[in-house]
Design a protein around this ligand. Structure first.
Ligand SMILES: [Zn+2]
Ligand SMILES: [Zn+2]
Length: 236
């Protein structure tokens, strides 16, 4: 394994990708804001319900099965026109490039940087309050698909003879020691450029998702400054 591959952080890492109950309470975090946060972190949850007139509201489930309510308060940074449609009610999507309505779908996974446990006193409930759309990215796959993709990225086989038998051409199924690797995602193997070209229309979507998830895992989660934001920079 090369040094570059060792830098990948597991999506199950309790500090980098904490479930909701391990995210800091906002009052604790506020108190520490004068100093640097201890490290970067990112909450992951699968969208289960979408609602919200005036403000987008998502009910998401984290990997521990806890359902968390997320409210978007992007007015301050990205003012949006408040549309109210009572009958039928229409959802208001924030006008932010990271939260396009085609990605706000049940079964997709939302990533929230620096998510904190917020208490809504009126509702006597806790959840996540999002004030900055740059802190959000939505992945077009379920949380379990995201986690298994993360596993496959971690297990990416290094170039060695023993690993060769695990390699199969993504198009024709040929097994060989000297397959070409898709340079964009590093997870697809091909006999030659021909097989890669024929498989591309089918691989394109997986390739983009794998690259995005790989980028998330490749960040220096244990470094403190500067703060991350989405879309993530490809330069570490
Ligand atoms: Zn092939
Ligand atoms: Zn690829």
């Amino acid at each position: 394994m090369t040094a570059a591959e060792q830098r990948y952080t597991s999506l199950l890492d309790p500090l980098a990708f904490p479930p909701f109950l391990s995210c800091p309470d906002e009052h604790v975090y506020d108190h520490q804001r004068g100093s640097s946060p201890v490290q970067h972190w990112c909450f992951l949850g699968e969208i289960e319900e979408i609602s919200g007139i005036g403000r987008l509201c998502l009910d998401v489930k984290d990997r521990e099965g806890i359902t968390v309510r997320i409210y978007f308060y992007l007015d301050r940074l990205s003012p949006s026109v408040r549309e109210i449609h009572i009958n039928p009610p229409r959802i208001t999507y924030p006008k932010h490039a990271n939260v396009p309505s085609h990605l706000v779908q049940k079964g997709y996974t939302i990533a929230v940087l620096y998510a904190q446990q917020h208490r809504w006193l009126a509702e006597a409930s806790t959840g996540i309050r999002i004030e900055d759309g740059d802190m959000v990215q939505i992945f077009p796959c379920s949380l379990s698909e995201l986690l298994s993709l993360g596993d496959r990225i971690l297990q990416r086989v290094p170039q060695s003879k023993t690993a060769a038998e695990l390699r199969t051409c993504g198009w024709c199924g040929e097994k060989a020691a000297s397959l070409l690797c898709c340079s964009a995602c590093g997870l697809a193997w091909y006999c030659n450029k021909g097989c890669q070209r024929i498989d591309w229309p089918g691989h394109k979507k997986d390739c983009k998702l794998t690259s995005q998830v790989g980028l998330l895992m490749k960040q220096h989660w244990s470094h403190v400054e500067p703060h991350f934001k989405f879309p993530l920079s490809t330069k570490p």
